[in-house]
Design a protein. Structure first.
Length: 201
């Protein structure tokens, strides 16, 4: 009986498996901030608020997190600063759009411009350079799983993983449950799709 793989089975050489696992790992890391911002934007959209200012909130959060972690040497405080900075701009957008009935697109565009301009100026003030700041060496520590390190593809993809990537998967699943399996999610979707139904209820 032949031990050769069938024609339908694709086996990559070890070096290619390593590269494929590495590319998958990098893709997860690059996609994580976009997915997290997308989840936040989903809540806004379902609630009836158009939020095109996500980019400005992300860049403000990124700058605040990096600057605080670099200054105090504590990655956890950096994460809290990033959340606070992004949340502050989100609160400004909410006040403009909900309380003062402002134009959602204009408000979001203003947040993007403010975030880009403010962080550009602060980069020069804090690090005296344009485009990027100092490398933060005390970033969020990775989770290491040595038991799967030798498994082709999976080892390179998941043996060393950021807790933020894991959080991205968890928050996505939780968001689905909250939106489609809880009374809060029903009310939020009703508010965005047809606010008059809530008034009549």
């Amino acid at each position: 009986m032949s031990s050769m793989p069938s024609k339908s089975t694709i086996l990559l050489p070890p070096t290619q498996q390593d590269i494929a696992g590495w590319l998958f790992s990098i893709s997860l890391q690059m996609a994580t901030p976009l997915v997290l911002a997308g989840v936040g934007g989903m809540y806004s959209e379902l609630g009836g608020i158009v939020n095109i200012g996500l980019e400005g909130m992300m860049i403000m959060g990124a700058f605040a997190g990096a600057a605080v972690a670099w200054a105090v040497g504590d990655w956890f405080l950096g994460v809290l600063a990033a959340v606070a900075a992004g949340g502050l701009l989100a609160a400004v957008h909410a006040v403009i759009c909900v309380k003062y009935k402002g134009n959602h697109i204009v408000s979001g565009t203003g947040i993007i411009l403010f975030g880009s301009g403010f962080t550009t100026i602060m980069l020069e003030l804090v690090w005296n350079q344009k485009g990027q700041g100092e490398i933060v060496t005390n970033g969020i520590p990775d989770i290491v799983i040595p038991q799967i390190a030798d498994i082709p593809f999976i080892g390179n993809a998941f043996s060393t993983i950021s807790p933020v990537v894991i959080f991205m998967f968890v928050i996505t699943i939780i968001s689905w449950y909250v939106l489609y399996r809880t009374p809060f999610g029903l009310r939020l979707r009703a508010a965005g799709e047809d606010p008059s139904t809530l008034d009549s209820a």
